[in-house]
Design a protein around this ligand. Structure first.
Ligand SMILES: Nc1ncnc2c1ncn2[C@@H]1O[C@H](COP(=O)(O)OP(=O)(O)O)[C@@H](O)[C@H]1O
Ligand SMILES: [Mg+2]
Length: 268
């Protein structure tokens, strides 16, 4: 929980101030699979950069932060044979989706790895939007059994890298129920069984807006908490810390850092 303490220190130091740029606070292995049966979409580099998805190529500005986060997270996941990684934040707009997409892209670039990115934020699904994909059909169609999992999955490629994406769909009024449902548990078991070789990254809703995340956390192997400098308060982080006591918190990402970014990053 050292990283929680560090995030609290930074939130305390910057509460009330506006900041921006992504920095990770400290902390993968399987063969890359080609899945020709899924819908295939080629992503546009220019469009990705518009939505701050920068980890698709080596040497992209800011991309190195996600590669560092990737190395830290995968190391810990490998050591523990973990497959499911949850990305959440205390409140909205901290940068969960930007972090999830960049981390997934960064993992996808590793030749011996493969990744599945699941948009599980049914309150505000943005993964498809940020990647430039169609979101219909998405996860709700699968949960409601209108679609098979296979028909909802998209194999997105950029350069030589490929990542598998399960787009999200809005189900704001039922998100909490879905998260706690047996149907969701079964979907997660199916993903675990059918995509055993992949690291699965789940872009979750914020922790403090309902019980959605609390319900799903026991089914996740590891968690990244994304905090937004100037957005996240010390009280928010402490509240999340209470809910994360039983979870494997692998990293706290301090997002939207500007002036203090270099010092802070060096600190980690
Ligand atoms: N490091 C960053 N610097 C500046 N803006 C960012 C950064 N990360 C995310 N944003 C912006 O903040 C907004 C919220 O990000 P998003 O990832 O959608 O948050 P969340 O998924 O937590 O709601 C978006 O407009 C995004 O472009
Ligand atoms: Mg989001």
């Amino acid at each position: 929980m050292d990283s929680i303490k560090q995030a609290i220190d930074l939130a305390r130091a910057t509460e009330g101030g506006a900041r921006r740029a992504a920095v990770s606070v400290p902390d993968p292995a399987r063969p890359g699979l080609h899945d020709p049966q899924f819908r295939q979409v080629r992503l546009s580099e220019a469009d990705l950069e518009q939505t701050r998805i920068v980890a698709h190529g080596v040497g992209t500005p800011n991309g190195r932060y996600y590669d560092m986060l990737r190395a830290q997270v995968l190391q810990e996941m490998d050591q523990n044979s973990w497959q499911f990684l949850a990305v959440t934040s205390p409140t909205v707009a901290c940068g969960k989706t930007v972090t999830s997409c960049n981390l997934a892209m960064s993992v996808a670039r590793l030749p011996e790895r493969s990744v599945l990115l699941v948009d599980m934020d049914m309150r505000k699904p943005m993964v498809a939007n940020y990647l430039g994909l169609e979101s219909d059909p998405g996860i709700v169609g699968v949960l409601e059994e209108r679609r098979t999992l296979g028909s909802a999955l998209i194999e997105a490629s950029i350069g030589p890298s490929k990542l598998l994406v399960l787009p999200g769909e809005v189900a704001a009024s039922t998100s909490s129920e879905w998260m706690a449902s047996q149907t969701m548990a079964t979907l997660l078991q199916t993903i675990k069984r059918d995509f055993r070789s992949r690291t699965v990254i789940f872009d979750l809703p914020p922790m403090l807006i309902g019980d959605d995340v609390i319900s799903i956390l026991p089914r996740m192997d590891a968690v990244i908490l994304v905090t937004g400098v100037g957005t996240t308060s010390v009280a928010d982080i402490k509240e999340c810390q209470k809910h994360l006591k039983q979870s494997n918190l692998v990293r706290v990402v301090v997002n939207k850092v500007t002036d203090i970014a270099d010092d802070y990053h060096a600190y980690y």
